[in-house]
Design a protein around this ligand. Sequence first.
Ligand code: 0XW
Ligand code: MG
Length: 368
Amino acid sequence: MRIKTINVHKVLLPVKGGIYRMASDDVQSLDSTLVEVVTEEGLAGWGETCPIGPVYQPQHALGARAAIAEIAPGLIGQQVQSIRLLAKRMDERLNGHGYAKAALDIAFLDLLGQQLGVPVSTLLGGALTDRVESYYSLIVGEPDETARIAADKVRSGYPRLQVKIGGRSLEQDVATVRKVWEAVGFKARIAVDGNRGMTVAAAMQLSHLCQSVPFVLEQPCNTMEEVATLKGRISHPVYLDESTEDQNAVLRAISSGIADGFGFKVTRLGGLSKMTTVRDMCAIRSLPHSCDDAWGGDIIAAACTHLASTVEPRRCEGAWIAQEYIDGHYDSTNPIRIVEGHIAVPQRPGLGVRPEPGMFGPPITSHG
Ligand code: 0XW
Ligand code: MG
């Protein structure tokens, strides 16, 4: 099975409700890059990478497409058999840019799964469950309104909530966390996500003022070093998200004991194949983690779901997908959907989702 063509598509995904607000940035429409890798036999594998704007993390949409333009010509004619060989080939074409390589890695796994007649979860080591948890992300908002949405989402079945804070007064952040807790109590696990927006001092004050609320504090400060100084000085467990820039950053965080868990992004870590390594490193130290991506449609949602199904459920902090904040699906027959806060793991070969033929229009670039 040799690669004949790689088509690149650009898809705009406007935010339902207008604005997705985080401490680090407000976004209104996201620019997703999809790759369709077509073999000589006419089989098509899909991949996707959709950074949540150019500010959330160093990755950005134009960067993804520029990187794919460097890499793709070198993949034409290559066999889709050894994912590791294809990864090596990509590294020989371009240093770094894991978030662009991730889209291609996902497409290779989609192809291989279809050829072997197995779901991607099987290629990642095997699913432990057929239904994974998701979580609802509450954007930075007014405390009472945030608590009202939180209660509503927990009633609908979400087992976990992520409360976004930062970029405003400590008073508002503390009020939001307390009100969400009063509204949901132990009915859901709570992560409080500062998205790099807090000083160490503010993170310490928040933790002290909300001491009796059992939440995990996700990426409160900008750097891993700042977050490291919180150890032993606050009462809440600390998770890293944006600081996990690559596999080595995860290794550093685990070996130095900085993080009690992680919010992982499949594309930032370089794709599903690279994620299996950090997944297994976390298993060795019994560390919980999510299986998310920053944004995107059904393709990346399927990738996150397959991965999450291979994580020991007691340590799986869910697969976040953008469904609640975008309209429609690429695959209306077999969409990846959150039902009662959970996502069914696709059982069909490959990713188990196919964009409707022609729905993205002609590709913006074709290689091969
Ligand atoms: C909730 N997410 C997974 C979606 C947005 O991209 C931000 C992200 C996070 O945890 O920071
Ligand atoms: Mg986060």
